[in-house]
Design a protein around this ligand. Structure first.
Ligand code: CO8
Length: 259
């Protein structure tokens, strides 16, 4: 797929997505968000994709936030609409995706950039990455789910400290806070994400989707226990369940078909 502000490529069932506005530190303008919405919808509906890695172009930034220059003249109504559209079409769409999304944080992940990373199911940071929600320095608050997802990930106290001070934290602190899963040298960022997705790719796709859905139900107060029970029951109806159990009994590797 050809986009203006994204590089998108599927290789061996992994969709590699690079936010490609390096001169603006990959800031998310409206066009980029629209392209992201499109590619997330594509990733969700095609069996060709089993996992997604999102990163930023260059070595300096993952995404330095929403494009400040673009919304400088917005009024309250426009700001609210922008946040709602972005949340629904991109950030929530990623979180609710049926396959794992990994943010490979290759530098600054600020404001909407950290919010994008937090919407992903897992985060891996380069050791030189800096993460923060600096919106209050602009007279704003996070608008792409940041107040909610940061609180889920690091707890109330640290979330309020990070948001109200606008301080950036190091990758090491992000790891200690539970904000990222792993910290690696920048050169190893994509291979670490691939290592995780290559394991996920060997598992039963419908079970992977059901597991993601159940975990996300927990963090979003969507009746997680009931979601898990329902999803667990549905797994028994899949051909992959039969294959997984048969492979175990026959002491061979399961061949899953996502059915
Ligand atoms: N938006 C637009 N342009 C940006 C952004 C941004 N968020 N960040 C950087 N740029 C541009 C700079 O303007 C500059 O462009 P130019 O060369 O044309 O002047 C270029 O990128 C390079 O940036 P710097 O020269 O500033 O690079 P430095 O190394 O000096 O500093 C920083 C790097 C610290 C990352 C700095 O660029 C910075 O502080 N950026 C802004 C970070 C920020 O405040 N992000 C939060 C934005 S608000 C937000 O994300 C709200 C999300 C919710 C929105 C809901 C809908 C309204």
């Amino acid at each position: 797929m050809a986009y203006q502000n994204l590089i998108s490529e599927v290789k061996e069932h992994i969709l590699y997505l690079t936010i490609n506005r390096e001169k603006a530190l990959n800031a998310l303008n409206k066009d980029t968000l629209a392209e992201l919405a499109d590619v997330v919808a594509f990733a969700n509906k095609t069996d060709e994709v089993r996992g997604v890695i999102i990163t930023g172009a260059g070595e300096k930034a993952f995404v330095a936030g929403a494009d400040i220059k673009e919304f400088a003249d917005y009024n309250g109504k426009q700001g609210k609409e922008l946040a709602k559209r972005g949340q629904e079409q991109v950030f929530d769409a990623i979180e609710n995706a049926t396959k794992p999304f990994i943010a490979a944080i290759n530098g600054f992940a600020l404001g909407g950039g950290l919010e994008l990373a937090m919407a992903c199911h897992m985060r891996i940071a380069a050791d030189n990455a800096r993460l923060g929600l600096p919106e209050v320095t602009l007279g704003l608050i996070p608008g792409y789910g940041g107040t909610q997802r940061l609180t889920q990930l690091v707890g109330k106290g640290k979330a309020i400290e990070m948001i109200t001070t606008a301080n950036m934290i190091t990758a090491a602190d992000a790891l200690a806070f539970g904000l990222v899963n792993h910290v690696v040298p920048q050169a190893d960022l994509i291979s670490k994400a691939e290592e995780i997705l290559n394991l996920v790719k060997q598992r039963a796709p419908l079970a992977v989707s059901a597991a993601i859905k159940s975990v996300i139900a927990a963090v979003n107060n969507h009746n997680g226990y009931a979601t898990e029970i329902e999803a667990f029951g549905k797994c028994f109806e899949t051909a992959d369940f039969k294959e997984g159990v048969a492979a175990f009994v026959e002491k061979r590797k399961a061949i899953f078909k996502g059915k």
